[in-house]
Structures are given as structure tokens and as C-alpha cells.
Design a protein around this ligand. Structure first.
Ligand code: F3S
Length: 114
């Protein structure tokens, strides 16, 4: 069991989730975050912290976002850990209202805690 970051995070990246994670399991891409399934302890603290409801326990992941479980697992080792909150992306408010944005997901790494 793990938790999974799904599509609503894309181009929002509010980062409230990283602050409440007790095991620093979030990894940062350019416009999206993922959870390392090997580090996640399934505490669920991040779920209510996300203002766009992007995070789900893997067994409650909506069917239309099923691919995000594998995406989190694949990208986590490629991206740096982010554990400190930073400002959301510039257009986060607008992108938070847009339902379908999978094609915008960048696989470029973010800067992380660096
Ligand atoms: Fe993304 Fe929500 Fe965290 S928008 S960065 S999963 S608080």
C-alpha cells in the first residue's frame, strides 16, 4: 500500500503535502510531484493537505487516473526529494479548475530541497 499523486497536481504544485509528510517521500518534477511507494508509510496526512485533492490511497485511486500509480513509482527515483513548502506554480489557481491535463506532465526533474 502507498499513496499516489494524480492528475490534479499537474501545473499546480501547491506543495502543502510535503510539509506534513513524516518520511519525506515526495519527489519533485518540473510541474508535478510524486510519492515514492517504497518510502510512503500510508499515514494519509497528505490527503487533506492538498487543496486540489490530488492524492489518494492506491486502492482508492479513481479509475481514470489508474496509470498514476506506475507513474509515481517510475518517476520517484528520477526526481529529487522535496520536503519544504514553496509557492505554488504561477497559474496554479487556473490549472486547478482544469480537469484533463495529462499531456502537460513534464518528466523533467524539479530542483528539490537542493
Ligand atoms: Fe501537488 Fe497537491 Fe502536493 S497540488 S504538490 S499534491 S499539495
Amino acid at each position: 500500500m502507498t499513496h499516489v499523486v494524480a492528475e490534479p497536481c499537474i501545473l499546480c504544485k501547491h506543495t502543502d503535502c510535503v510539509e506534513v509528510c513524516p518520511v519525506d517521500c515526495f519527489h519533485e518534477g518540473a510541474n508535478f510531484l510524486v510519492i515514492d511507494p517504497d518510502a510512503c508509510i500510508d499515514c494519509g496526512a497528505c490527503v487533506p493537505a492538498c487543496p486540489v485533492e490530488a492524492i489518494y490511497p492506491d486502492d482508492e485511486l479513481p479509475e481514470r487516473w489508474a496509470e498514476y500509480a506506475a507513474l509515481n513509482e517510475r518517476l520517484a527515483p528520477q526526481w529529487p526529494v522535496l520536503s519544504k513548502k514553496r509557492p505554488a506554480l504561477e497559474d496554479a489557481e487556473r490549472w486547478g479548475t482544469i480537469d484533463s491535463k495529462r499531456e502537460h506532465l513534464s518528466e523533467e526533474p524539479g530542483s528539490g530541497d537542493g
